[in-house]
Design a protein around this ligand. Structure first.
Ligand code: HEM
Length: 243
């Protein structure tokens, strides 16, 4: 085993543990946070089924972002849909045999790499070009965009310019999952791609990227607009009433 293989083996176990434990901790924290007031943004659904549909539209189409501005919506949607397809395409490195639907989506995943990059570039340009947005942008806003762009650029370069040994990459990752460790192909660009991915996994649970699970816990989006039909009572307030 080379030093690089050992380092990346340890790094990916650490990054996976931090990502899973960090996400679980944050999600439990979100779930436990009281929502004492009924504050759905109106017009809001008046039934549970309506709330489910609102959430689906929010997550799949970014409905409220669309209402707030067309450019931001278009860039964000392009990036996120591209990212989703790229991630689906990557499942082939972690499954053997590769699932049929993952194989079927491979060609789309490739174009998605460009869509994701274009979306990210636009979102980043916005933070420099629009004075109002530049003023409120923090170093972490820039860092997240740089990290994601670095991952996409190194991935696309591997795909189209300096090819890497993808069979070797798959053998390495299947080995990690089965605790049957295998060598990682010696390739500088692959090291860059994987190191940036590990950094993303380590940062994810403590960054603004947590909006991904967070959107489901947003009271303004997940509450039913039924203040007359049902009295809204948080669990801690209910306990005080029964005393
Ligand atoms: C451990 C996780 C990952 C592994 C093992 C991995 C590996 C690879 C490899 C080997 C390629 C080259 C594909 C080829 O030559 O056909 C690639 C491409 C790419 N990667 Fe990753 N990657 C990982 C995670 C990610 C993540 C999290 C992102 C996005 C945030 C990403 C974005 C891309 C993109 C955009 C491409 C180019 C398009 C494509 O081939 O799909 N990768 N990746």
């Amino acid at each position: 085993m080379t030093t690089a293989t050992l380092l990346f083996t340890a790094l990916f176990y650490l990054a996976t543990a931090v990502l899973l434990a960090g996400l679980a901790w944050k999600i439990v924290d979100y779930a436990r946070t009281p929502a004492p007031l009924l504050i759905p943004i109106t017009p809001a659904p008046t039934t549970q089924g309506g709330v489910v549909m609102r959430m689906i539209r929010e997550v799949a189409l970014f409905e409220s972002l669309f209402k707030s501005g067309l450019w931001l919506w278009a860039l964000a949607w392009l990036f996120h849909v591209g990212l989703a397809l790229v991630l689906v395409r990557h499942l082939r490195y972690f499954t053997e045999p590769v699932w049929g639907w993952v194989a079927a989506l491979q060609p789309f995943g490739l174009y998605a790499g460009f869509a994701m990059t274009a979306g990210l570039a636009g979102l980043w340009a916005r933070r420099f070009l629009l004075e109002r947005i530049r003023y409120i942008s923090t170093p972490s806003d820039h860092l997240m965009l740089a990290l994601l762009l670095g991952i996409a650029a190194s991935g696309l370069t591997m795909k189209f310019v300096f090819h890497t040994d993808i069979v070797g990459v798959k053998t390495f990752f299947l080995g990690l999952m089965l605790f049957d460790w295998q060598p990682l192909p010696a390739d500088g660009l692959l090291y860059v791609h994987l190191a940036l991915v590990a950094a993303l996994m380590l940062i994810f649970p403590f960054s603004k990227l947590l909006h991904a699970p967070g959107v489901f816990f947003s009271p303004t989006r997940n509450q039913i607009d039924n203040p007359r039909e049902a009295r809204h009572l948080s669990s801690w307030a209910a306990k005080m009433e029964s005393k």
